[in-house]
Every structure is written in C-alpha cells, then in structure tokens.
Write a protein that binds this ligand. Structure first.
Ligand SMILES: Cc1cc2nc3c(=O)[nH]c(=O)nc-3n(C[C@H](O)[C@H](O)[C@H](O)COP(=O)(O)OP(=O)(O)OC[C@H]3O[C@@H](n4cnc5c(N)ncnc54)[C@H](O)[C@@H]3O)c2cc1C
Length: 292
C-alpha cells in the first residue's frame, strides 16, 4: 500500500515525485524506460544549463535527485489501472494499491520500420518539430505520417522552413491538409545520404531531396491506461482540468500525455501541479483539512 504511485519516470513523473516525497508521502515511481528524452541529443531551451545538456543526462540527474529524497523507483511496465476499494496499478509483475495515482506516461512516438531511420537519428531524422524546426530554417523538409499528429508537425515547420512534404508511406492521408504542404503517398524504399540525410527514395523509383525528416506516425498509447478506468480522454490525450485532475477522484495526469506543448518545461510544471494536488487530496482524505 502506497500513498502515491506515479507511472512514468520522465520529467513530469519525476517532478511530481519530488513534491509528494518532500510532503512526507510514501512515493513510488514506476517506469519502463527513459521515455522521450532519451532520444534528445541536445537540449538548449530548458532553464538553467548554460551549455546544452543531453536528454539522457537530464533524466539521470532527475532520477538521482528523486532517489536521494527517498522516492522508490521501480523499473516495470504498467499494464492496467483499476479501482477496487482504492486505486490499483497492475504491472507485469505486481499489483500495487495507492490513495492517489499520477499518470505521466508521455506520448509514444511510433517509429516505422524504414531502412536508415536509426542511422540518421539526429542527423536529419527528428521526432519533434517544435524542438528542431530552427535547425532546418530555410531548408526543404518532410514529415513522415498521414494524420493529425503529422499535420500538426508540418504546420509547426511551415513558417520556418522552405517547404514541407508530407510522406504517408502508403497510408491514406487525412483530407484537411492545406495546399502549401505537398503530399506523397507512395511507400518509402530507403533513406538517402552519407553521414547526413539528404533525401528519400520511393518504391516507384522517384526521389526527393530533403535536409530533415520529422517522424510523426500516430501518437497513441498514453490514454489507453486511462480509458480502462473510464477516464475522459480527448483523442489520444488524457483530459484534465487546471489542477491536472482527471474525472476520477485521486487520479491525475501530467506531461506529454495531456497534450499541448510536448516540452520539458510544460511537463515539469504539470508534474509539480499534479504532485501538489495529490498531496491536498490525500491530506483531505485523511482528515487533514488545513493547508501545510
Ligand atoms: C528527439 C526529441 C527531442 C526533444 N527535444 C526537446 C528539447 O530540446 N526541449 C524540450 O523541452 N523538449 C524536447 N523534447 C520533448 C520532451 O522530451 C518531452 O516533452 C518530455 O520528455 C515529456 O516528459 P513526460 O514526463 O511527459 O514524458 P516522457 O519523458 O516521455 O516520459 C514518459 C515515461 O513514462 C514511462 N511509461 C510509458 N508508458 C509506460 C507504461 N505502460 N508503464 C510504465 N512506464 C511507462 C516511460 O518509460 C517514461 O519513463 C524532445 C523529444 C524528443 C523525442
């Protein structure tokens, strides 16, 4: 039995844990891997680092900070959340009970199987338009994906780059794509370039030159856990109010899984807010009515 279980050990989950553990609550964070940040080679838009820091380094520091304060961090995959007499979190290996649960599972970015995708990661392949558009200003880029997420990435890029092509890799594109965005629905054969990505070759033998390819295939998963409990979602995102509360008492969500800006600063704020609200919720449940 725990006071608080936080699902996800990215910036949102770890920040929430800093607040709850410092309030004296028994806090456990369950995370299966390093999340979105592990893919970020250089972060230069987060407060407090005069030189860029890698995502991996930022995660390690956050986790060490939480452990030093007494947070229990478990490496496991959560497969379900339930409600019996209290909230339950089911992992592949265990079932935990808690007064309050914070979902901070991020927003999975699905990577399709395309030859060269890993090779050019950080060398022309990006998973985040708002993070990396600046590096491609004035250049021709493409977005890989067919649907709403890919379109929102393309719209983010349009004002900064020279041109955006949406490559659906054989999938049917959504039909509200503005004319400024060219659409190619032919399946991809392979990616082109030596050290850096220079283009994309298609199965019909055609090629295009691009300096960047932004992967935005689907965005799914985070809301699945919430949906199992009847928690409201908006598309693939978990619906929360201004206190990061879902429609289920004691259940909060924070970070990329709630939508909006997919950025560390926003994840940290929401983690702090969700943690603070979980503290109030548990104190109220335990009959402590005054603010501490
Ligand atoms: C390539 C790249 C570059 C980026 N660059 C920047 C940048 O420069 N600046 C910036 O501000 N932002 C950047 N971002 C975005 C930033 O990484 C995210 O906004 C931020 O990490 C979101 O934090 P989060 O805690 O919500 O989710 P995440 O960091 O994604 O963490 C999610 C956590 O949930 C866990 N999890 C998920 N599902 C389960 C499950 N079922 N069971 C257990 N655990 C689970 C994961 O293992 C992980 O620990 C970048 C993202 C990418 C992909």
């Amino acid at each position: 039995m725990k006071d608080v279980i936080i699902i996800g050990k990215g910036p949102a989950g770890i920040t929430a844990s800093l607040y709850t553990v410092r309030a004296g609550l028994n806090t456990t964070v369950i995370g299966k891997d390093s999340g979105a940040l592990s893919k970020a080679s250089e972060i230069e838009n987060y407060y407090g680092f005069e030189t860029p820091i890698s995502g991996g380094e930022l995660i390690s520091r956050g986790i060490a900070q939480a452990k030093n304060l007494g947070v229990n961090i478990i490496e496991d995959e959560v497969v379900g959340i339930g409600f019996e007499d209290m909230l339950t979190v089911k992992t592949a290996n265990n079932v935990y009970k808690a007064d309050s649960v914070i979902i901070a599972t991020g927003s999975p970015r699905k990577a399709p199987e395309i030859e060269g995708l890993d090779k050019y990661n950080g060398k022309g392949i990006s998973y985040c338009a708002v993070c990396d558009a600046f590096f491609y200003r004035g250049k021709d880029v493409a977005v890989l994906g067919c649907c709403d997420y890919a379109l929102s990435e393309a719209l983010e890029l349009l004002p900064v780059v020279n041109s955006v092509t949406m490559i659906t890799n054989g999938s049917k594109p959504i039909d509200n794509i503005p004319q400024e965005i060219k659409v190619i629905d032919t399946p991809i054969d392979r990616l082109l370039g030596d050290d850096l990505l220079t283009g994309v070759a298609f199965k019909d033998g055609t090629e295009i030159s691009v300096a960047g390819l932004f992967v935005a295939v689907g965005v799914a998963g985070s809301s699945d856990l919430a949906k199992k409990l009847g928690v409201n979602t908006v598309g693939t995102k978990i619906a929360v109010d201004e206190n990061m509360a879902t429609n289920l008492p004691g259940l909060y969500a924070a970070g990329d899984c709630t939508g909006g800006m997919l950025q560390i600063a926003k994840a940290v704020y929401e983690g702090a807010k969700a943690g603070s609200e979980a503290i109030k919720y548990i104190r109220k449940k335990n009959g402590i009515t005054h603010e501490v």
